[in-house]
Design a protein around this ligand. Structure first.
Ligand SMILES: Cc1cc2nc3c(=O)[nH]c(=O)nc-3n(C[C@H](O)[C@H](O)[C@H](O)COP(=O)(O)OP(=O)(O)OC[C@H]3O[C@@H](n4cnc5c(N)ncnc54)[C@H](O)[C@@H]3O)c2cc1C
Length: 357
């Protein structure tokens, strides 16, 4: 089928998001072949319609009023692997399910993405925010990103360096926002390499509960267990997982500023150790979840039909029939209280679609 035959009008976006929120897309196309992607882009350019690229919808807040342009739903499928020396280079179409790929890598003993188990969404979105968890980020394994330039309507390829990855950030999310549709991603995974445990919480869990010489499968299962305990794995039976995962990014601030915050807290008689993590020189990364709780929000805090997850302070959830407006109001309340208490503005990790901002 060609693009025109597949093009639909007034499609409800709610079911395409993990938050279960969002109004109608004026136009919607399900792209199961790259040709549909190319035709969709050409059509949107010609008709002067806005275009939004939708993967698994697991990092989105879609407006209640929906999206007035074309939603391009990526559903292309293909996996190819090439062995070279002690590595395997796996190239996947952007519509492949990320977690299925992680499971395949673990099964084949391909090391490098096992800590990224249980993350929802599709392969094509992983370079966008440099998906990461439990001490691994996709920037450590991506070697090439193949994309379609929406402006020049041509194929392009990016090396790892050109993707300009950093914490939850990339070239595609910053300078080149909305410029490219990612078509294929290549990951380089190691053969016969034992797992590396960099993340203290995971390391402790594995060493205490599993083994001092864990396999990739041990790591995969441990990550899934830890994530489930925080409702960070999508589960239809678990309303705490009706979220976008972490709603805010962990803030990276200057060390000087952290010292001022510590002084202020001491004056207020608060003697807590602020959890801090290494970042680039002169900077320090703080835990957004810790800041939220210390700003006075308890896990489970509810506002209208949305809430903070009762398992994780960083996840905002849709309890039942919540709206994007309610999510925005809750997010703003959190941002304002954290700002008031710590002089830090939490930036959303979630992407807002259809809002006039
Ligand atoms: C329960 C839960 C746990 C999570 N845990 C984590 C975690 O541990 N670590 C983490 O990093 N994230 C986490 N996330 C967030 C989310 O899963 C990731 O950001 C994921 O990569 C989003 O993939 P997606 O396919 O759902 O993208 P979508 O939500 O559909 O889109 C996200 C962004 O990527 C763009 N995009 C998607 N596909 C393409 C493409 N082919 N070309 C160009 N642009 C594209 C979209 O336009 C949008 O801007 C979690 C989410 C949930 C719900």
């Amino acid at each position: 089928m060609h693009f025109k035959e597949k093009l639909k009008e007034n499609v409800l976006l709610k079911p395409y998001t993990t938050l279960g929120i969002g109004g109608l897309a004026s136009y919607f196309v399900d792209a199961d072949r790259e040709e549909i992607i190319f035709e969709a882009i050409k059509w949107a350019n010609k008709e002067e319609k806005e275009l939004f690229v939708l993967g698994g919808g697991s990092n989105l807040v879609v407006a209640d009023s929906g999206f007035s342009g074309l939603v391009l739903h990526i559903n292309t499928r293909a996996i190819e692997s090439n062995y070279k020396d002690d590595k395997v280079f796996v190239t996947l179409a952007s519509g492949e399910n990320w977690d299925d790929f992680v499971a395949l890598a673990v099964k084949n003993n391909w090391q490098g993405i096992e800590c990224l188990s249980g993350i929802p969404g599709k392969v094509g979105a992983t370079p966008i925010q440099n998906v990461g968890a439990y001490g691994q980020e996709v920037k450590d394994t991506i070697t090439e990103v193949q994309a379609y330039d929406r402006k020049l309507e041509k194929l392009v390829s990016f090396s790892n360096q050109e993707c300009d990855f950093s914490y939850r950030q990339s070239f595609f999310k910053s300078q080149a926002k909305d410029r490219y549709v990612i078509l294929k991603v290549t990951y380089s995974l190691s053969l016969n390499t034992p797992p590396r445990l960099n993340y203290p919480e995971l390391k402790k869990y594995v060493l205490e509960n599993i083994s001092s010489t864990p396999t990739l499968l041990d790591i995969h299962e441990s990550v899934l267990r830890l994530r489930r305990s925080k409702s960070m794995v999508i589960d239809a039976q678990d309303p705490n997982s009706r979220s976008v995962g972490s709603f805010f990014m962990n803030p990276i601030i200057e060390e000087k500023k952290l010292n001022l915050i510590k002084e202020k807290l001491l004056k207020e008689g608060v003697n807590d150790n602020i959890p801090e993590f290494a970042a680039r020189e002169g900077m320090v990364k703080l835990s957004a979840a810790w800041l939220i709780e210390k700003a006075g929000f308890k896990k489970g805090y509810q506002k209208g039909r949305v809430a903070i997850s009762s398992k994780h302070a960083l996840a905002l959830i849709n309890k039942e029939n919540g709206t994007a407006k309610e999510i925005c109001l809750l997010a703003e309340e959190i941002q304002e209280k954290v700002k008031e208490k710590f002089d830090i503005w939490l930036e959303p990790e979630a992407i807002y679609i259809g809002f006039n901002k």
